[in-house]
Ligand binder design. Structure first.
Ligand SMILES: NC(=O)c1ccc[n+]([C@@H]2O[C@H](COP(=O)([O-])OP(=O)(O)OC[C@H]3O[C@@H](n4cnc5c(N)ncnc54)[C@H](O)[C@@H]3O)[C@@H](O)[C@H]2O)c1
Ligand SMILES: [Zn+2]
Length: 393
């Protein structure tokens, strides 16, 4: 035996970790009779003290109801209020949540914290839970439209770092996510429209019928704050189902060719540079339109398809133009950062038709410049047509 082989050795450890988590719609979560929030993850009833993290809006609108709910069920809580704004979504907030978990004596498994609020706060609590004792379970309750259709299914947590969106984070889905449509009653209208940005994205790459529902009923759904059963159920359930189908086979994102990245190629940097002017779903909607024009340029979509997408975005009250999408240097910087995120490939999702996606890997700054000017033209034309339709009405 050679010297070298006698002095080296190797072990290989291989294990698999089964993952199972549930997303459950439950109306009236804060009704003291409803035990969904209290049930332990093994479904046993539990009265162990809990940390309940909420964002400031939830504290304002539902603080008393939350306290009354736990009081009625004789469960002691530590209510921790976090600033839920995107500008504050950082490691400092994660450390604050960790301190709250530590001060409350949170156990390894049996009294998981409950997070109730918008996507920002849920991402922060999710990251804290994934760090505390190297990972504890938590219960996630999204209270915005975007949270209910998008964050609800996600395995990811994250915070912004050094000007980059969700640059730090983890893959650690909570075992249980609870959705209660009633929370949408108090969500500001602009935030509902923001959630529609993600639903629009899902429809464009995957679900023509969902797109048609948005086209016909989108504006009414916002007016009715998704409170009437029927179309509201269908739109929310189709969106969640679409997310489940896209995420489940690629939960850890080992495959970086992802249709759900549609609308998320240029928007992350644009959104961060424009903060607080553009909300996430608004930046996504703009990216969806830009990418639709790119597909038009490549001959995948017709001009009337693009006009239709712009018309629906307008009807949902989403922005259809922003100067960032005319700033080619910014768009190229955004795409270059996205390429690093996709490990060196553009894998740029575009529509092959409304309701289906394909991918590009050869986009150049010159093409982005052309697309930017065609986008402006399409948006201007659709505005003129909208105005003339109104004057003829
Ligand atoms: N983990 C993931 O995979 C994933 C997926 C999509 C989005 N996100 C993240 O989600 C965040 C966006 O989430 P968001 O759109 O929910 O924004 P948000 O968390 O900023 O919430 C929007 C505003 O609405 C308030 N609010 C929340 N619920 C309310 C209610 N029921 N009534 C009244 N006001 C309410 C919040 O306090 C906040 O001011 C982004 O940071 C994004 O990165 C994460
Ligand atoms: Zn998104």
């Amino acid at each position: 035996m050679s010297q070298v082989s006698m002095r080296s050795a190797q072990w290989e450890i291989s294990a698999t970790l089964p993952v199972r988590y549930e997303v459950v719609e439950s109306v009236g979560l804060l009704d003291p009779q409803n035990q969904s929030l209290l049930r332990r993850l093994d479904n046993a009833a539990s009265n162990a003290p809990r940390v309940v993290v909420v964002d400031d809006a939830i504290a304002r609108f539902y603080g008393d109801q939350i306290k009354a709910y736990f009081e009625a069920n004789r469960v002691e809580i530590n209510l921790f209020v976090l600033n839920g704004s995107e500008q504050h979504k950082g490691m400092d907030q994660v450390l604050d949540v960790l301190s709250a978990l530590n001060a409350a004596g949170t156990q390894r498994v049996s009294n998981p914290p409950i997070a109730i609020g918008g996507g920002v706060m849920l991402d922060v609590v999710g990251l804290a839970a994934s760090l505390y004792r190297r990972g504890i379970p938590y219960v996630r309750v999204p209270t915005t439209l975007l949270g209910q259709v998008d964050v609800s299914v996600a395995a990811k947590t994250g915070v912004n770092f050094e000007g980059y969106r969700n640059r730090l984070g983890s893959y650690s889905p909570p075992p249980r996510t609870l959705i209660d449509r009633k929370f949408l009653e108090t969500v500001p209208e602009r935030q509902l429209r923001n959630g529609m940005g993600e639903i629009l994205k899902m429809s464009l790459i995957k679900d023509l019928m969902l797109f048609e529902l948005l086209e016909e009923h989108g504006a009414d759904l916002i007016d009715q704050r998704f409170q009437r059963p029927g179309v509201a159920d269908e739109v929310i359930r189709r969106s969640i189902q679409g997310m489940v189908e896209e995420l489940e086979p690629n939960l850890w994102e080992r495959n970086l060719i992802r249709a759900v990245d549609y609308g998320h190629s240029f928007s992350p940097l644009v959104e961060m540079r424009a903060l607080p002017e553009l909300l996430h779903g608004e930046a996504v909607a703009l990216d969806c339109i830009f990418s639709a024009v790119l597909a038009l340029r490549r001959g995948f979509l017709s001009r009337s398809d693009v006009d239709r997408v712009i018309r629906v975005a307008r009807r949902l009250g989403l922005p259809v133009w922003h100067p960032s999408f005319g700033d080619v240097d910014l768009l190229w910087a955004a795409l270059s950062d996205t390429v690093r995120h996709r490990d060196g490939a553009q894998n740029l999702p575009v529509m092959s038709r409304i309701g289906a996606a394909r991918f590009l890997n050869d986009v150049t700054p010159g093409e982005l410049a052309e697309v930017a000017s065609v986008m402006l033209q399409c948006v201007d034309d659709s505005q003129e047509r909208g105005a003339s339709a109104e004057s003829h009405a």
